[in-house]
Design a protein around this ligand. Structure first.
Ligand code: ATP
Ligand code: MG
Length: 801
């Protein structure tokens, strides 16, 4: 047994200690919430390094968020008494970006390829769906995005999809065509979407065993936190990385102990997880990855942890009781030595505002007892619930921060600046150039944009290259000059960050400041006199600060790396422990975190469990796990709240207490106002909306610094304004009416029964019948070898013989 320094195992309980000390190919740690899984993983890494069993660079640790990664890295450093360089501790996405950037050349992408976030993907998808008139066949943008995302999570590429799906169904044909066009556009823009990052890495490894071998031999120890939420693609990635390296791929100078046949043995794999906290099935997470671990990795050791170090017995009892209603789970026996602690606080509000008022009052009360705002969090099932919460918190002067939701980086003005940087880093990224072509306004309208796009297509050049030739496009003087100036501004910026310059590349922030100055982005916003534009200008300045901070932290960094960081900031990464604010977030975002005081709001039928879950197999069980995750975030005090009526989409309707509330033993909850009390009490000012009586009774206003501070359209003028903006200033610029590339459209093809046709995949055949009209015409074709098929003429790769 390795001699692990005492400070790494002292204070651990026996199974935790065993998990840190175990040595073998595969280790599974399954345990309930708060039992120290993440802690064990951290100590294990430190142990491997301290005993010199591994170099830091031989470790790959996967966490669920970038924030968790940063914490783990820091913790390992603390444990070893020294910061450690060269370890890869990151999310799946970050690790894959690093690999893809390193190997970009092998698949014909520039190192600076673009990463599309969900808003970018949506903008692209909107164009495709519109150009194919897909909505008339019931394929909406979200449908298409979901289908494609599921495919990628399952490692199914368009060809695989074509093999697998029922292509006699016109809707499936359409989705296939959308998938193909979507991938073609990504490829043309030299971009990947989020799901691609993982899938493309797996495909890269499979297509290039020599590249795979590089990473198989580099990473000797792979550790994965939150393993229950890995999807198939992530699982496949782990499988690729834990293959033995065949002797022919082993270089002579390897420092690794070789197997008898000269091969390199597989990396050791440690995964930790909790099936009861699997909450991402809708994104393809597959709980089987954990339940079948022992089968997938024969000889694997399993360790169970049962002592919870996070919560009081009351909170654990509630959690255990709730999750006990799920079937086919391994029964766990979580216990704590923390004592029973305080009862759970229950509150049924008359309305969502009443509920929110209770939350605000409680936060004030608890803050008054000396608890920092940082140690409190409010959770909800859907983002729509934040509106009432935010209104009341602002009035009650509770400092808060929305985690996730519309994030800083999703604001239109921030996306504009990022798009400028993308255009500079990756000149092929047409989507980005088009985003900023008239932002700030410079008189280049959609028609001019189309002219440029067509010119680029006709001359086989990128959109950005075309900008450099405004004289060739017949523009009037004003537009011509605007285009020329934009091209020059981008070129100047690109040149200034070229490391080959005699004076070297300028720092990212310097380049950015010059660019913003030259295009007048902030100046124009400030000039409008509109306070919203002022808030936007503030955001742009804040973004410049982000760049400055980056330059400071990474003296040898560059634009591409900066953009990578920006693209990967995940929801939970906005959390800033210093700032003294209450955190508001969805239950999904709360995973892995812990707070002294937790409020779970909206514990109602239709919300939690969410109404959509009723239609999906296993949906209810997943909602229950989500509730379990929420409960187990609390260390000392848990609140469960609901509203007896709720307004959604302008309609106020009564709501029922969640069935999950019935699953919490009665004696654990102390109802400050129970659902029954609300129902039996006389209405003072009518039911829903603002009128709830206890809203009037509450201490709202009593703080003497309440009302009038918030403004629903503007950032709140407290703190930075940026972080506490109340309502996002969202851009509504889309690219709907601008079609790039050549979208194949066969709808003009005249076909009649008896015609002979040729199909790219199915070969020749005879048309039997033509059904439907216009863009929805369907041809029924008897192919000579492929049999009878129904094809949507508009998109079928079909021609007459
Ligand atoms: P989750 O399932 O929510 O991710 P987890 O199993 O990863 O939880 P940790 O976050 O590692 O649990 O631990 C929960 C809390 O208990 C942390 O604050 C951690 O520092 C503490 N903890 C874990 N083990 C011990 C221990 N042996 N002694 C003292 N504190 C511990
Ligand atoms: Mg954890």
């Amino acid at each position: 047994r390795p001699d692990i320094p005492a400070q790494l195992v002292d204070g651990l309980n026996p199974p935790q200690r065993e998990a840190v000390e175990y040595r073998g190919d595969a280790l599974l740690i399954v345990a309930g919430a708060g039992s120290g899984k993440t802690r064990v993983l951290t100590h294990r890494i430190a142990g491997l390094i301290a005993t010199r069993e591994a170099w830091p660079s031989q470790i790959l640790a996967i966490t669920f968020t970038n924030k968790a990664a940063a914490e783990m890295r820091e913790r390992v450093g603390q444990l070893l008494g020294d910061s450690v360089e060269g370890m890869w501790i990151s999310t799946f996405h970050s690790a894959c970006v690093r690999i893809l950037r390193r190997e970009a050349e092998r698949f014909g992408y520039p190192q600076g390829f673009t990463i599309y976030d969900s808003a970018d993907s949506k903008a692209l998808m909107k164009r495709i769906v519109k150009s194919l008139e897909a909505e008339s066949l019931g394929v909406t943008v979200p449908t298409a995005l979901n289908r494609i995302s599921s495919c990628k999570n399952e490692l199914i590429d368009p060809d695989g999809f074509a093999r697998k799906t029922d292509l006699t169904n016109p809707r499936e044909q359409l989705i296939l065509e959308i998938y193909r066009q979507y991938q073609r556009e990504l490829q043309r823009n030299r971009a990947f979407d989020f799901d691609d990052l993982i899938a493309q890495t797996v495909w890269l490894f499979r297509a290039h065993p020599d590249i795979a071998a590089l990473y198989q031999r580099r990473f000797r120890h792979i550790l994965v936190d939150e393993y229950q939420d890995t999807n198939h693609a992530q699982y496949a990635l782990i499988r690729e990385l834990t293959r033995p390296v065949a002797a022919e791929n082993v270089p002579l100078d390897t420092r690794i102990q070789l197997a008898a046949d000269g091969s390199i043995p597989p990396a050791s794999l440690t995964v930790v997880g909790d099936s009861d906290q699997s909450i991402y099935a809708f994104r393809g997470a597959d709980i089987r990855n954990i339940t079948e671990f022992e089968r997938d990795f024969p000889g694997a050791k399993t360790i169970l942890l049962e002592q919870n170090y996070r919560s009081t017995q009351t909170i654990l009892d509630a959690a255990n009781a709730v999750i006990g209603n799920n079937f086919d789970r391994r029964v766990k026996n979580l216990w704590t030595s923390a004592g029973s602690g305080k009862q759970i606080q229950g509150y049924a509000g008359r309305s969502a505002h009443d509920e929110a008022q209770f939350v605000a009052d409680e936060i004030h009360r608890i803050h008054g007892t000396g608890v920092s705002y940082n140690d409190m969090a409010v959770f909800y099932r859907t983002n729509a619930q934040t509106r009432a919460l935010e209104e009341i918190l602002i009035r009650a002067a509770v400092p808060y921060r929305l985690i996730g939701g519309t994030k800083f980086y999703e604001r239109a003005e921030v996306k504009d600046i990022v798009a400028y940087l993308m255009s500079i880093a990756n000149p092929n990224d047409e989507l980005s150039v088009r985003r900023i072509i008239n932002s700030p306004k410079r008189g280049i309208g959609p028609a001019s944009e189309t002219t440029i796009s067509n010119y680029a297509a006709d001359n086989d050049m990128s959109f950005r290259e075309a900008l450099r030739q405004p004289d060739a496009m017949g523009f009037g003087l004003k537009i011509r000059n605007a285009v020329a100036e934009l091209a020059a501004a981008l070129d100047e910026a690109e040149a200034s960050c070229n490391p080959q310059r005699p004076t070297g590349a300028v720092p990212v922030a310097t380049m950015l400041e010059r660019l913003i100055e030259r295009i007048g982005y902030i100046e124009k916003l400030r000039a409008t006199g509109n306070p919203q534009d002022d808030a936007r200008a503030d955001n742009v300045e804040e973004f410049v600060n982000v760049a400055k901070e980056y330059d400071k932290q990474n003296p040898s960094g560059n634009l591409v790396e900066f953009l990578t960081e920006v693209a990967l900031v995940a929801a939970a990464d906005d959390i800033d422990d210093e700032s003294g604010v209450v955190s508001l977030m969805t239950l999904h975002t709360a995973k892995g975190l812990e707070y002294d005081t937790v409020f779970i709001t909206g514990v109602e039928e239709q919300l939690l469990p969410h109404k959509m879950s009723a239609d999906e197999p296993g949906g209810l069980a997943e909602e229950r796990r989500l509730f379990y995750v929420g409960i187990t975030r609390a260390r000392k005090l848990l609140h469960l709240t609901m509203a007896m009526s709720r307004t959604q989409y302008g309609e106020t309707a009564p709501s029922l207490p969640s069935r999950f509330l019935d699953e919490v033993p009665n004696e654990l909850i102390d109802w400050k106002q129970s659902p029954a009390e609300v129902l039996s009490a006389p209405m003072m000012r009518g039911g829903g909306g603002y009128g709830g009586s206890s809203y009037g009774n509450s201490s709202y206003g009593g703080y003497g610094r309440g009302g009038g501070r918030g403004n629903s359209e503007l950032g709140v003028a407290r703190g930075s304004g940026l972080k506490q903006s109340f309502k996002p200033t969202r851009g509504n610029r889309t690219f709907d009416n601008q079609v790039t590339g050549k979208v194949k459209d066969n709808s003009a093809l005249e076909l009649a029964s008896g015609d002979r046709v040729r199909h790219t995949d199915f070969g020749e055949g005879t048309v039997r019948a033509v059904l439907g009209v216009g863009t929805k015409r369907i041809a029924e074709v008897d192919f000579d070898t492929a049999g009878r098929k129904k094809l949507l003429i508009k998109i079928a790769p079909l021609e007459k013989c």
